[in-house]
Design a protein around this ligand. Sequence first.
Ligand code: NAP
Length: 276
Amino acid sequence: MNHFTVFGNPIAHSLSPKIHQLFAEQFGMQLSYTRSLSSAANFPTEVARFFRHGGAGANVTVPFKERAASLVTHLTARAERAGSVNTLIPLGLGQLAGDTTDGFGLCRDLQRLTGSELPAPQIVVIGGGGAARSIIEPLQAVGSKVVIVNRTRARVEPLRELFPGLQVMDLAELALAPKSGIASSGFILINATSASLQGADLDIHPGWMSAAELVYDMMYGVHATAFLKQAERGGAKVTADGLGMLVEQAALSFALWHDGLTPKTELVLKALRDSA
Ligand code: NAP
């Protein structure tokens, strides 16, 4: 039986094992998929140990996606531009490929939620970590103008060279009401920070929440996340959490590990919502 795992910290609540079991059932396949709690110090050795013992593939989550990009021997072009890896694929002889499926997952989920190939003409993404960077290219590819807003502007400024057309802003600018020319209407607002993990509100003017066509949190949980509660208080028209993105990114990882076998995601998303 092939063995898979997900590396992260914290990791106890990861739904990846359940999602991949549900995908495997669709093809009458048996696999094992575990959670691997790692520390910054032991992440590289744990990854090496897992694949030395025959691991067939692994996911990487917060906070190791950037670190994973520097561990692999081969990076896909999209993972290299994103500087982020969430999927590890063994190539044999100690070689390891790294890819990112987060951007694909988000795009698919936004297309499902909006019923449109172009989810919105403009997408405002708060955050500048691995998750935020991996969604820029797929969103630009479907035709959306992307604005990246980060607490630490210096971290995202270099992205403008990598992704032509990208606009960057300081998170402090969202403390003020939206102005025409930046994003006054017709945009999707996405939280790609890890602030929701701490249950913390972001210092954002409610006008951003009410002006957006959709407010999306990459985080997900049984209850509404802190960001989505803040969005509802701010008068958001429609909100969505990142469970759909999680399932879609997992489906592409599954296909990468299983010769392109593509599972049905709607059924799995429904099963997860029903069991919450
Ligand atoms: P990361 O690389 O650690 O980046 C964290 C980002 O959050 C940074 O931009 C950081 O800003 C910002 N941040 C953290 N705390 C903040 C605060 N209190 N106020 C303002 N900004 C804050 O994490 P990541 O891998 O990009 O993941 C980000 C989130 O996306 C996580 O919640 C993760 O669970 C979620 N995610 C979900 C999916 C899914 O499938 N649904 C997939 C990927 C990620 P600085 O640069 O200023 O430090």
